[in-house]
Design a protein around this ligand. Structure first.
Ligand code: PHE
Length: 519
C-alpha cells in the first residue's frame, strides 16, 4: 500500500531506502527493511502493478563490541568520564583499572591521551578538558541507523580495523508504475471458479499471472533402493531369457534342504557354527518325504548311482537342524525336487512357468520330465565377520536350467549371454570346487574401470548324487550359476563400502537421488 500510494503521488520511487514504513519513525534504510520491501515489490510485480530495479550496496553493521560502545561509549570516553577534574586528587592507574576494567583502561588511556582528553599529574591521571565529543560513539550511532557513514570510507575502514563494524551486502530498489498499476491492493484472483462464471464477475476480475519460473513443491513419493533397481534389471534379463521365478520366501531351511539334498558332506566346514546361523527354536525341522530322505542319507553314507558316497556315518540330527539359508540353492533344491515329481510317478500341482514343452526320453516315452529354466533373487545369511565388503546377510542371484543332455558348453554359453545382457562383455571361467556341482566354474569379468578381472559368480553342473535321488532320469542335466546382487550394485553405483548400501548408515537422500539403472 505504501509503495502504491507513493507511486500514485510521485510516479516513481528513486530509492526505497527513503520510504518510511508505517509505524516506524525513520526511513527504511536497514537491510531488514529492504528485505521486507523486496517481498512487497515482488508481490506487486507478479500482478504487473509495478516494475523495479535492484541496486547492490555494501552496508555496515555493528559488531558485538561496536554495539557495546554504542551503548556505553568508547573505551577512551569511559576512561575520561571516571577521572577527576584537574586540581582534584589524581587517580592512580591501579584505581582506574578497577573502575573501568583492564581492557578499557589499557585501550582507552592511549586514545584519550592522543585526543588530549586526559593528562598526567604525578603518578596519577586527571581530566585535561571539561567536555568531550565521543566521535566513535556518534559514528556508530549513524552506522546503526543508516548502514553507512557520511564521513566516508576512511573512517569506516578505521572502524572495520577496530572490529567495531563489519560489511554486509545489501540491496535497495527503484520502482515505477507497471501496466496494471492501481492503488487498490485487492488480491487478484488465482482461480476461475464456478461462482465467478455464474455471477459474471470473471469478466472484470483481475487475475494473478502464472509464474512459470516457480519451482514445484517437492513430491514426497517413495524411492527404490539401488539394490531393488539392480534386482529389477537382472530380473528382466532372466524373464526375457524365458526363465520362471522360483518362490524363495522361506529364509529358514533345514540342514537337509540347504546341504544334504545338495550332497554337501555333513562334515563340510560351511555347516560350522562359524559360517551358518542355526535356529534354536523350533529345535527340529519338519521331516522331508521319508523315501527321498532315505535315498539322500544312503547316497551320503553308502553311495549309489555309480558314486562311492562319503562313507561317513549319517547324522539325522545334523540333517534336521534349522538354519538361516546360506544360499538360494536351497530353494533351487526344493524346486528341482518338485520338478522331478512326475518322474517319480507322483502327481503334483503344476509349477507356474514350467511344463509347456514336453520332452521324451531316449526310448521315446514320456518319463514325466519337463525342461525348466528357473531363477531367483533373494536374501541369504552367513555368519561372517562383517567388514567393508561383507555383511551377515546379502542377496543371491541364481539361475538354474534343467534339460536332457545339457553340456558344460551350454552352461558357459548361457552365462556369456546372461552377463553380456548385464553389460559385462568379457568373461572368463576358472575351474573351481562346489560339493554339489561337477565340473564347477568360477566366473570372472573384466572390469574396465578397475582395469582388472573380478570374480562375479560361481557355477556348475549339479552332481548326479543330487539329481538322481530326486528321481530325475539319467539323461537330465541341470546346471546353475549364482552371484551376489550387492557386488554388481556397488560397482554400478561406485560404492566401495557395503555399509553405505545396506544398514543403518544408508542415507535416505542418497537412495532418493540414486540414478536409474542401465547396464
Ligand atoms: N550356491 C552357490 C554359491 O553360494 C552358487 C551356485 C549356484 C553354484 C548354482 C553352482 C550352481 O556361491
Amino acid at each position: 500500500k505504501l509503495i502504491l500510494d507513493t507511486l500514485d503521488v510521485q510516479s516513481s520511487i528513486k530509492d526505497t531506502r527513503d520510504l518510511v514504513i508505517p509505524g516506524q519513525t525513520r526511513p527504511a534504510s536497514s537491510n531488514e527493511d529492504q528485505i521486507t520491501i523486496l517481498g512487497a515489490l515482488n508481490s506487486l510485480l507478479s500482478r504487473e502493478m509495478i516494475k523495479y530495479d535492484t541496486h547492490e550496496i555494501i552496508s555496515h553493521v555493528l559488531t558485538a563490541e561496536g554495539a557495546l560502545i554504542l551503548k556505553d561509549g568508547s573505551h577512551e570516553a569511559r576512561v575520561w568520564s571516571v577521572l577527576p577534574m584537574k586540581g582534584e586528587t589524581p587517580m592512580t592507574p591501579a584505581r582506574l583499572k578497577k573502575a573501568v576494567g583492564d581492557e578499557t583502561a589499557k585501550v582507552g588511556q592511549g586514545r584519550a591521551f592522543k585526543n588530549g582528553w586526559i593528562g598526567k599529574e604525578g603518578d596519577g591521571l586527571v581530566k585535561a578538558v571539561s567536555e568531550i565529543q565521543d566521535a566513535t560513539q556518534i559514528d556508530l550511532q549513524e552506522i546503526a541507523s543508516t548502514g553507512t557513514l557520511k564521513a566516508g570510507e576512511k573512517t569506516l575502514a578505521d572502524l572495520r580495523k577496530r572490529k567495531l563494524v563489519s560489511q554486509k551486502k545489501g540491496q535497495w530498489f527503484t520502482a515505477h508504475k507497471g501496466e496494471q498499476f492501481s492503488t487498490s491492493t485487492a488480491k487478484p484472483e488465482t482461480d476461475l471458479t464456478a461462482d465467478m462464471l455464474v455471477s459474471g464477475s470473471w469478466k472484470t476480475a483481475t487475475y494473478k499471472k502464472y509464474n512459470f519460473e516457480a519451482e514445484g513443491t517437492p513430491t514426497a513419493g517413495g524411492a527404490l533402493h539401488p539394490l531393488l533397481k539392480v534386482r529389477e534389471e537382472i530380473r528382466n534379463i532372466f524373464l526375457e531369457m524365458g526363465f520362471a521365478e522360483m518362490p524363495t520366501s522361506s529364509f529358514v531351511e533345514s540342514g537337509f534342504w540347504c546341504f544334504d539334498a545338495l550332497f554337501v558332506p555333513q562334515q563340510h566346514p560351511a555347516r560350522d557354527l562359524q559360517d551358518t546361523f542355526y535356529i534354536s527354536d523350533p529345535a527340529e525341522a519338519l521331516p522331508p518325504n521319508p523315501d527321498y530322505y532315505k535315498r539322500v542319507s544312503t547316497i551320503h553314507e553308502h553311495g549309489g548311482y555309480g558314486s562311492a558316497g562319503y562313507r561317513a556315518p549319517w547324522s539325522h540330527e545334523e540333517s534336521n537342524k534349522l538354519l538361516l539359508r546360506t544360499h538360494t540353492t536351497a530353494s533351487s533344491a526344493h524346486m528341482l525336487y518338485k520338478l522331478a515329481a512326475k518322474c517319480r510317478g507322483e502327481s503334483t500341482e503344476e509349477i507356474p512357468g514350467i511344463g509347456a514343452s514336453r520332452s521324451t526320453g531316449k526310448d521315446g516315452k514320456d518319463d514325466g520330465f519337463r525342461p525348466a529354466k528357473l531363477f531367483s533373487i533373494d536374501r541369504v545369511f552367513r555368519n561372517e565377520t562383517m567388514d567393508a565388503t561383507h555383511l551377515a546377510e546379502f542377496h543371491q542371484v541364481e539361475g538354474v536350467v534343467a534339460d536332457r543332455n545339457l553340456t558344460l558348453a551350454d552352461l558357459i554359453g548361457f552365462m556369456r549371454v546372461f552377463f553380456n545382457k548385464m553389460g559385462i562383455e568379457q568373461v572368463r571361467f576358472k575351474p573351481a570346487y562346489n560339493p554339489y556341482t561337477e565340473p564347477s566354474l568360477e566366473i570372472f569379468a573384466f572390469h574396465p574401470m578397475l582395469d582388472r578381472w573380478v570374480e562375479v559368480g560361481n557355477s556348475g553342473m549339479f552332481r548326479p548324487e543330487m539329481l538322481e535321488p530326486m528321481g530325475f532320469p539319467k539323461d537330465v542335466r541341470v546346471h546353475g550359476w549364482g552371484l551376489s546382487l550387492e557386488r554388481p550394485t556397488m560397482i554400478r553405483y561406485g560404492i566401495n563400502n557395503i555399509r553405505t548400501l545396506v544398514g543403518h548408515k544408508v542415507s535416505i537422500e542418497g537412495v532418493e537421488n540414486s540414478q536409474a539403472v542401465m547396464f
